[in-house]
Design a protein around this ligand. Structure first.
Ligand SMILES: Cc1cc2nc3c(=O)[nH]c(=O)nc-3n(C[C@H](O)[C@H](O)[C@H](O)COP(=O)(O)OP(=O)(O)OC[C@H]3O[C@@H](n4cnc5c(N)ncnc54)[C@H](O)[C@@H]3O)c2cc1C
Length: 237
């Protein structure tokens, strides 16, 4: 899996602060007013300190609306169709998903399908806790290998017989990997992380969320470092 911030609103924290200041300012906060002027009455020696003060105030007071202005687009490579289904449950996002009507699977099953750690690790971890599988790692991996090889073989044979791609894909398993892009605003991203970094979320969507958080900390450092220290967990009622 790879997660990359493809593009984000530039100066996202300045934008969130500018919009938030507009709530309490007699004057407009348009671009002909300097950011320093917009932030003049906020505590802090430097503009970075002032931004931090205001963003902290927004978090503390539960004023999350200003975080809806900056948006970010992520490219995600090779997640299972199961993980994709979890991600696309989040409705305040825009998605583009690699289509199996227009692309064909071909190649090594190791690269086309997802192999969860519980197929090979000695101990398996799930929402029920840690346990030990009563089948060796080699046997478990063998079960997955057989199924994946069988299903890619069935898929290829149907394609070769002239079955359209959109129908041949029906024999593929949930572990088939997919690439996608998605766009969300910073508030919705925090909600996504609230839900999907939870210990009882599945390992794959948690890994994806860790990648999103890593990228968000580069993009909006004050906001997402603050978020990481203390998850609000109340961005949505
Ligand atoms: C550990 C875990 C297990 C899960 N298991 C299951 C499962 O077994 N089955 C299953 O179906 N789902 C499951 N889900 C998915 C979950 O129920 C949500 O659908 C998903 O996390 C999307 O989050 P959300 O509902 O907060 O909505 P989002 O789409 O992220 O929206 C954010 C917020 O906007 C508001 N909102 C959005 N749309 C509406 C609306 N139409 N009406 C009112 N308010 C709205 C809500 O306040 C919502 O919290 C699971 C999620 C997790 C994290």
């Amino acid at each position: 899996m790879r997660v990359e911030l493809l593009r984000g609103t530039s100066d996202p924290e300045e934008l969130a602060c500018r919009c938030a200041r507009g709530d309490y300012s007699d004057r407009w906060v348009g671009s002909d007013r300097s950011f320093a002027d917009v932030m003049a009455s906020v505590d802090g020696e430097t503009i970075e300190e002032k931004k931090q003060t205001l963003l902290e105030h927004l978090f503390r007071s539960g004023h999350f609306g200003p975080f809806e202005h900056p948006t970010a687009t992520f490219a995600v490579e090779e997640v299972s169709r199961s993980c994709m289904a979890q991600l696309t449950r989040h409705r305040h996002a825009s998605f583009d998903v690699q289509s199996l009507r227009y692309t064909e699977l071909d190649g090594d099953p190791e690269e086309l399908f997802c192999f969860p750690p519980s197929f090979t690790d000695e101990e398996t971890v799930s929402r029920e806790g840690v346990s030990t599988a009563n089948m060796s790692a080699a046997e478990r991996e063998g079960v997955a290998d057989d199924l994946y090889e069988h299903s890619i073989d069935a898929y290829r044979r149907l394609l070769d017989a002239g079955v359209p791609k959109e129908d041949a894909r029906m024999v593929l398993p949930l572990g088939t990997t997919v690439n996608l892009t998605f766009t969300m605003n910073a508030r919705s991203l925090m909600h996504l992380l609230d839900m999907r970094l939870k210990a009882d979320a599945q390992w794959e969507v948690r890994d994806l969320s860790k990648g999103v958080l890593r990228e968000c900390k580069e993009w909006m450092p004050h906001t997402f470092e603050r978020y990481e220290q203390q998850h609000p967990n109340k961005l949505a009622p």
